[in-house]
Design a binder for this molecule. Structure first.
Ligand SMILES: [Zn+2]
Length: 60
């Protein structure tokens, strides 16, 4: 399994098998994926990350 796989690509099985990793990533989310709606502490694990601090239209 690739270490570069984003959280967005995880399957339900991945979520169960890598629960500790998932928990660490979503515990204090600072970014959300604008494509999938998932949130994580690291932008590198999301395919279309956007900082949660930013106003809605800041990257337009
Ligand atoms: Zn995504």
């Amino acid at each position: 399994m690739s270490k570069d796989k984003t959280l967005c690509d995880w399957s339900k099985k991945d979520f169960r098998e890598k629960w500790d990793e998932l928990r660490a990533l979503v515990e204090c989310p600072r970014y959300a994926c604008t494509k999938c709606g998932r949130a994580a502490a690291k932008k590198s694990v999301l395919c279309k990350p956007k900082t949660l601090d930013a106003p809605e239209d800041s990257d337009k």
